[in-house]
Design a protein around this ligand. Structure first.
Ligand SMILES: Cc1ncc(COP(=O)(O)O)c(C=O)c1O
Length: 974
């Protein structure tokens, strides 16, 4: 490469850890001569790609950002008054800089390892407290994907509670009030059809619910902005035995009687307007909050309070943390990745403003809306609703005239029939109100408009019978950090409790915790991308259009498929969307009865959960002794269910970290029996550029962009899970009510009437703004860099395997003894020999400054290590040294040199408090506990709590910030 070409190719060298010298040393340890030889030994020749990917040449980081500025200029950021669940908001700079743009927050993993996650757990507990307080309902989860899916989760939760036996559905009906956001209705439709729910739409005032209804949804304030008092409707629904979910708005609830006090069973909504940019659809945190009686059924993750081994307060994920893994096809929700980072931002927004700050914002918004309404009426425009919070609908004679006047002044309204809807938000100023009036004035033939603002006006637009009287956010955390100094320190105090990628490698098998490069992330905050409303007119998002079209094409090329839908906003949503396309395809070809999905026993728990949600029956396929799919069992079951077979869900390379040689035969078997093959793309980091789902014979796959394509994990979200499909599945990709003709290559062509798949996310392109990250990743690596990344993901895993298998048993390898991009270390033998369990090893790794690999998935009692290509040899060596040192600690127990009960593993992790206590009662030295290897002395990461007691927390479920009095009485237990 000549001097001038070097710059464009430099990103690959920065993304990939090992340099040339390290590479040769690593290859020697593995016992192969070259990277090519390693790959030849690992990936079956029959499925190797013969030609390089058709992806453009790479750009340097500088070139990329320069070119992106030009693309960004093609997005027009109008002042949005569209509303409909998405509002302008002011992201407090202190939160933008210290959370949203801070790798200490965005590179965190889901807080399964509670001892090194107390910071984000605390912040998520704040989120839960905030939502519970504002909605008046006690039990909140730590976010869902978006408002529409949250509403659908509530519907299915109610359905499952009222219909235990799905073969005999007794209460199939769900009432949907007219004033629900259209995208929410679209999602309800998607979720209802496969499981046999009947949606009944209408006006809640005329609805007559009987015992065939299991539930109902109403929106407060409604999609038209109106505030309605639903108390008698809720009472009527309860009398009929039905549950009620209320979709609602957190800002409005600072002024309105909360849903819990009105009698609602569940409330859902989006916390976007609490300081999270619209981002053309996301990511934002949805919330789901419920009455106490739903505590065993609520979807998603709940953070709860427990104690640690020292008796100190400690937080952890409660109850259904591993719901799908435990319940699998009996799980009622497939939620895995949610929106933790955005929930943290929204919670911080509430911490920053506090109850009085939020109320002030809400009052200002509502007063501006009222002033606008009054002045519009003066201008001769009737305002339809009498009671509203921030949204009004104005009756107009000529929508086109209003639209063109608004467009000329850089404004977007929401139009329906002969109405213009206007939603005001915290960014709206008095001047903006006058500008809106000017639009209507122009259409009415006058440029003499003005407005009188009187801050002493009462909010007569909010009925007194439904005005909030209860207090909220009384906890000190929401009433302390209002100066920037305090706020900055508060966020930092939480951040340093958590081990993120900016501390050390997080080698989580199946989760692919690779570099999330700063250049990939920076544009996400640019106003041209962050400030767009997802339902803005298409001619205002041409920049996004270019990016999304290119990304779709590249993902189709990488997967070897014909088309891509960017809509699903998590891997599990992708699974669900992919299965719906399969279902719709069968139905359109006379196979509506095809509902059996074969799923290997080793599959991720979301697979069977998604299949059941898509209305399928799960038949489990066995694994053989080597961990591979038992082909004989698969063939037998495929033949047995030949007439009902919908397909197979397969993860490749397998969740055991192996490229199974039989994959082509497996796919053929399914096709021969009338089924289609769904490939779970969670392990795509081992395939890019070397093989593809298309080559192995699959028909549809999802991609976890938050794994392979560099979107950070954010402590449990955001993520994106696009699906890619073969040509014949193209007509069945998800659509969207607000973008009926998705104009991209992948959609809208040849739809078979009656078999359309409705929306799977609230926004047409899911969490569109973070698609920029994957776009940048591909654009800066280019075809060579992408392929090299795969080489190194496999090299790094095999290097670690070669070092560790001298000490530990590594389960499963390919035919030539290599692994793919991850491998499983068996810790089960140590239970009998030393009383040591996998969890002890996971916790002891924290004392060495490392996050544990994936624990007990897919095999209980094991850890699954996935280093990714982004770690260099010294870091891989530090981790291996830690594991080898732990092995020696276990040997010492086995040999009787260390105590079986009082040892460094059983007592791990060791906190500063324990190590520095005046008394040290253990049989091993403090230095071994805290600084077990020399590198740890140089940079020690301290777990902030000792081992967390999970069962204590589940027995005493507390999921909101405790009253301050409880801190005072907390006695350490010794
Ligand atoms: C193999 C596999 N499939 C599916 C998923 C679900 O993806 P998501 O968490 O994005 O919903 C995961 C997540 O870790 C996974 O590892």
């Amino acid at each position: 490469m000549n001097l001038f070409e070097q710059q464009a190719n430099e990103f690959a060298g920065r993304h990939i850890g090992p340099d040339e010298k390290e590479t040769s040393g690593m290859l020697a340890t593995i016992g192969v001569r070259s990277l090519d030889e390693l790959i030849d030994r690992t990936i079956p020749a029959a499925i190797r790609s013969k030609k390089p990917l058709n992806i453009p040449d790479p750009l340097s980081e500088y070139q990329y950002l320069t070119s992106l500025r030009e693309i960004a200029a093609n997005n027009k950021v109008f002042k949005s008054y569209i509303g409909q669940g998405y509002y302008n908001t002011i992201v407090p700079s202190v939160i933008l800089r210290n959370v949203f743009e801070n790798p200490g927050w965005y590179t965190q993993y889901t807080p399964y390892q509670a001892e090194i996650s107390q910071g984000r757990l605390e912040s998520l507990l704040n989120f839960q407290t905030m939502v519970s307080d504002l909605t008046g309902l006690p039990l909140t989860n730590a976010s869902l994907l978006d408002e529409g899916t949250a509403a659908a989760e509530a519907m299915t939760m109610f359905f499952n509670l009222k219909n235990k036996d799905h073969d005999h559905i007794t209460t199939p009906k769900f009432f949907v009030d007219n004033h629900i956001f259209p995208q929410t209705k679209d999602l309800l439709l998607t979720r209802a059809q496969p499981v046999g729910i009947q949606l009944v739409t209408g006006d809640y005032r005329e609805a007559r619910l009987d015992d065939s209804y299991f539930g109902a949804i109403i929106q407060y304030p409604g999609s038209d902005g109106a505030i309605r008092d639903y108390r008698s409707f809720i009472a009527q629904a309860h009398a009929a035995g039905a549950y009620v979910v209320m979709a609602t708005d957190l800002l409005a609830l600072t002024l309105l009687t909360p849903p819990g006090e009105l009698g609602a069973d569940v409330a859902v909504g989006s916390s976007q307007r609490f300081g999270v940019p619209m981002g053309f659809g996301g990511p934002h945190a949805a919330f789901f909050t419920a009455k106490e009686e739903f505590k065993r059924s609520i979807p998603g993750r709940i953070i709860g309070i427990s104690i640690d081994a020292q008796g100190n307060r400690a937080l952890r994920m409660a109850l259904q943390t591993r719901e799908q893994h435990i319940k699998r096809e009996k799980a009622t929700s497939n939620i895995c990745t949610a929106q933790a980072l955005l929930a943290n931002m929204a919670a911080m927004y509430a911490v920053w403003h506090g109850p009085s700050g939020l109320t002030t914002i809400a009052k200002r918004v509502s007063l501006l809306t009222r002033t606008l309404a009054t002045e519009l009426e003066q201008l001769g425009y009737p305002v339809i609703e009498q009671y509203y919070f921030d949204t009004i609908r104005v009756r107009v004679k000529d929508v086109t005239a209003i639209r063109s006047a608004a467009t000329a002044r850089g404004m977007n309204f929401h139009y329906s029939g002969l109405c213009a809807g206007i939603s005001i938000d915290e960014t709206t100023s008095q001047e903006d109100i006058v500008n809106i009036l000017a639009v209507f004035g122009q259409a009415a033939g006058t440029d003499l408009v003005s407005a009188t603002f009187n801050e002493d006006d009462t909010l007569s637009n909010i009925p007194s019978s439904i005005t909030r009287t209860s207090q909220f956010l009384t906890h000190p955390v929401f009433n302390t950090h209002h100066s920037e100094t305090n706020m900055m320190r508060y966020m930092r105090s939480l951040e340093v409790k958590d081990l993120s990628l900016n501390t050390s490698m997080i080698s989580l098998g199946s989760c692919t915790m690779k570099l999330n490069a700063a250049t990939e992330l920076i544009p996400v905050s640019w106003p041209e991308f962050a400030g767009l409303h997802p339902f803005a007119p298409a001619d205002q998002w041409k920049g996004y259009g270019k990016i999304l079209t290119e990304l779709e094409n590249w993902l189709s090329e990488i997967t070897g498929f014909a088309a891509t839908s960017l809509q699903p906003n998590s891997g599990a949503q992708g699974e669900y969307a992919g299965l719906l396309t399969i279902r719709a395809y069968h139905a359109a070809h006379g196979g509506a009865h095809r509902d059996v999905m074969l799923i290997p026993i080793s599959a991720h728990g979301t697979n069977p959960a998604s299949a059941v949600m898509a209305g399928m029956k799960v038949i489990v396929v066995k694994s053989d002794e080597d961990g591979h799919i038992d082909v004989a069992d698969l063939k037998e079951k495929a033949a047995q269910f030949k007439d009902q077979l919908a397909g197979l869900m397969v993860t490749y390379p397998s969740t055991h970290g192996v490229f199974e040689e039989s994959i082509a035969e497996i796919c053929r078997t399914i096709h021969d029996n009338g089924g289609l093959v769904y490939m779970d793309g969670a392990n795509m980091n081992a395939q890019v550029g070397l093989t593809s789902p298309g080559l192995i014979g699959a028909d549809v796959c999802h991609l976890n962009l938050h794994k392979t394509f560099a979107i950070p994990h954010g402590g449990g979200g955001p993520g994106m899970g696009p699906i890619c499909v073969i040509e014949k599945l193209k007509p069945f990709l998800p659509t969207h009510v607000n973008l009926p003709t998705l104009h991209f290559s992948s959609n809208g062509n040849g739809m078979t009437a009656g078999h359309q798949v409705h929306a799977v996310s609230a926004a047409p392109f899911g969490s569109a703004s973070i698609l920029l990250i994957s776009y940048a990743y591909i654009k800066m690596l280019g075809v060579e860099g992408l392929t090299r990344a795969t080489f190194y993901a496999i090299l790094n895993a095999n290097y670690m395997k070669a070092r560790l298998e001298k000490y530990y048993k590594v389960l499963y390898s390919g035919v030539n003894g290599t692994c793919a991009h991850e491998f499983i270390v068996d810790l089960r033998p140590f239970k009998a020999s030393a009383g040591i369990e996998a969890e002890d090893v996971a916790k002891r790794l924290m004392d060495y400054g490392f996050h544990a690999p994936t624990l007990s998935f897919p095999v209980p009692g094991t850890i699954m290590i996935e280093p990714t290509e982004s770690e260099d040899k010294p870091e891989l060596d530090r981790f291996c040294d830690a594991m080898i040192s732990i092995y020696k600690e276990i040997r010492a127990i086995e040999e009787g040199k260390a105590d079986k009960n009082d040892n460094a593993l059983k007592n791990a992790p060791h906190t500063q408090q324990v190590i520095c206590a005046d008394e040290w009662k253990h049989s091993y030295p403090r230095s071994q506990a805290a600084f077990p290897l020399p590198y740890v002395r140089e940079s020690k990461f301290w777990p902030s709590v000792a081992r967390v007691n999970n069962t204590y927390g589940d027995r005493n479920l507390i999921c909101t910030c405790e009253p301050v009095s409880s801190y005072a009485s907390a006695e350490p237990v010794h």
